[in-house]
Design a protein. Structure first.
Length: 428
């Protein structure tokens, strides 16, 4: 890990700053939208646009890199991100914000693809898994840190948006000044959705539902806080609680996933997350309970991303894992686009109001837990010692990170098989 940190510190620092800017603008938009009098429907469209852009960027960024190179793509996309963040307070119009969020989602997806391909190129076979883990930690730490900056400026003014733009602009420097261009790369063509669903129905259904859960957290948590009358400090703390839970509980749940039937663990984790969402819906007026619910929901739902991919891999040949990751990412993206739209409708005054935020999350997690239970009756479990290792990463990952994680999982499985073969030959 120290070797990775010493060789890739500039990239990790730059991405950390970039994630601070992303987390800051995502939270402050929800607060500013309430100040500007935007309806819940309008804010749901704004937040959904990010995921539409993100899905499009993940498809087009590799071709852009092949055409003009990593450095130009990274610099151009990051510049657009910085510019749009300044544009938000200048043009407080829902249509402008929808277009801006789409552009930012597209650009962030492209930046992730570029940075993760750089990181993959800089890492060796021996430390690629550690590099990916460290990268994910920096990403999540950046989002958490951003919530502490929300309170530094007046959300009704320009200050916070300028801070976010500055952070994004500063993030370019350590990356562009320390990393040389890498060769163009080819991403794996995804499996067809029919083939993917046939291989792992739970992986597909779970990833679609999880897309809605994650996009509700990432896009609508601050909108919920503003609608519920929370103070600026309380909103930032509430949003941070989701990501702190994800950071703390990712590895314990990963340890458990390598030691039990993953379908039962998916059912258990989704069930606990659903219970926490119900608690938040019923007792959200008590702030400590609200924070606890957010911590548990984030701690359960974010690791589900890695868990569902690991479960799908258990039913795939090694050579199909990278192709499957692209399909799973696409399915997750479709769910993420729909998430804020449905959440915004449920949070409308004519429906459930602010508690609709938790109701939506609870409903999706209950469906996931129920479907996981159903799948246990349809196919025999794979013995634990024959399943692959779960690679921890978060829903912000691009196709490059997923393919790297799949490569790490394959290498780990092959190394474990080789060890078992040597041990068997020794006994003979």
């Amino acid at each position: 890990m120290l070797q990775v940190l010493s060789s890739a510190w500039a990239l990790l620092l730059g991405m950390g700053l970039l994630m601070v800017g992303n987390g800051l603008q995502g939270t402050i938009l929800g607060v500013r939208g309430e100040i500007e009098g935007f309806s819940t429907l309008e804010m749901s469209l704004v937040m959904s646009a990010y995921f539409m852009g993100f899905l499009g960027g993940s498809r087009l960024a590799p071709e852009m890199i092949r055409r003009v190179g990593h450095v130009r793509v990274f610099a151009a996309l990051a510049s657009f991100i910085s510019a749009v963040m300044i544009l938000y307070p200048l043009m407080t119009n829902p249509i402008v914000w929808v277009l801006g969020r789409f552009v930012i989602g597209f650009c962030f997806s492209g930046v992730y693809v570029t940075a993760e391909s750089w990181l993959n190129n800089a890492a060796s076979n021996e430390n690629r898994g550690q590099a990916l883990s460290l990268y994910m930690i920096f990403q999540m730490t950046g989002i958490i840190s951003a919530q502490g900056l929300v309170v530094l400026g007046d959300p009704a003014g320009f200050d916070t948006f300028v801070i976010a733009s500055i952070l994004v602009s500063v993030s370019f420097a350590p990356i562009l000044l320390s990393i040389s261009p890498t060769p163009a790369f080819d991403t794996t063509k995804p499996m067809t959705l029919r083939e993917l669903f046939k291989s792992s129905p739970l992986g597909c259904v779970g990833m679609f539902l999880l897309g809605g859960v994650f996009s509700a957290q990432f896009g609508m948590a601050s909108v919920y806080g503003a609608r519920a009358g929370l103070s600026l400090v309380e909103i930032s703390t509430f949003v941070a609680a989701f990501y702190i839970g994800a950071l703390v509980l990712q590895y314990p749940l990963g340890w458990m996933s390598d030691r039990m039937d993953r379908r039962f663990l998916i059912m258990l984790v989704a069930g606990v997350g659903a219970c926490a969402a119900v608690v938040g819906m019923l007792f959200g007026l008590t702030f400590p309970i609200l924070l606890g619910a957010a911590f548990v929901i984030g701690g359960m739902s974010n690791p589900l991303y890695s868990l569902l991919i690991a479960h799908a891999n258990d039913f795939l040949d090694h050579e199909d894992m990278a192709a499957a990751s692209g399909g799973l990412l696409f399915i997750n993206g479709l769910g993420a686009i729909a998430g804020p739209l449905i959440t915004g409708w449920l949070m409308g005054d004519a429906v459930f109001g602010p508690p609709g935020f938790f109701l939506f999350i609870a409903a999706l997690l209950v469906i996931m837990a129920t479907y996981a239970l159903y799948r246990t009756t349809q196919r025999a479990a794979i013995p634990v010692d024959e399943t692959g290792t779960m690679s921890p990463f978060y829903p912000t990952a691009s196709p490059v990170a997923l393919e790297v994680a799949q490569e790490v999982a394959i290498e780990a499985a092959e190394a474990e098989q080789e060890t078992q073969d040597i041990a068997q030959d020794t006994r003979l």
